[in-house]
Write a protein that binds this ligand. Structure first.
Ligand SMILES: [Zn+2]
Length: 132
């Protein structure tokens, strides 16, 4: 894994991209970084604890780290379309493609984030899906 490109599609090495975030060596500086690391967490599997910790707690009360650690979805690609911040709010718009029963599904999401005590948290997103 050390010398491989990060699954988030950044064209950077995993060790210089999402790995330090997933291992909680450093926090996400921007909502986009957080979003990319969360995509990597889903893609790689086993990072339910991280997904839970980076979720705005009031929105994650029904979720468990065990459930979130499952990697039963095959994620194929991530394309970030845009992102921005305004005070303590942030957003990221992206498209992610995954495999579902031999078909590829493109998920289009506009996620919103909140900055709390110097850390970004995922609140939720508006999602639409298309078979491609
Ligand atoms: Zn990455």
């Amino acid at each position: 894994m050390m010398n491989q490109y990060c699954v988030c599609g950044s064209q950077q090495r995993f060790s210089k991209c999402c790995e330090p975030l997933l291992k909680e060596v450093q926090p996400a500086i921007t909502p986009e970084q957080l979003m990319r690391s969360r995509y990597s967490a889903y893609s790689l599997g086993g990072y339910g604890e991280y997904l839970l910790k980076t979720w705005f707690a009031p929105m994650a009360s029904d979720l468990s780290a065990e459930e979130l650690s499952k990697s039963d979805t095959e994620w194929l690609s991530l394309t970030v379309l845009g992102s921005g911040t305004s005070g303590n709010s942030g957003w990221v718009e992206f498209k992610a493609v995954y495999r579902d029963n031999q078909r590829s599904v493109e998920m289009h999401e506009k996620s919103v984030f909140t900055l709390q005590g110097n850390r970004w948290f995922y609140i939720g997103g508006e999602v639409s899906r298309n078979q491609i």
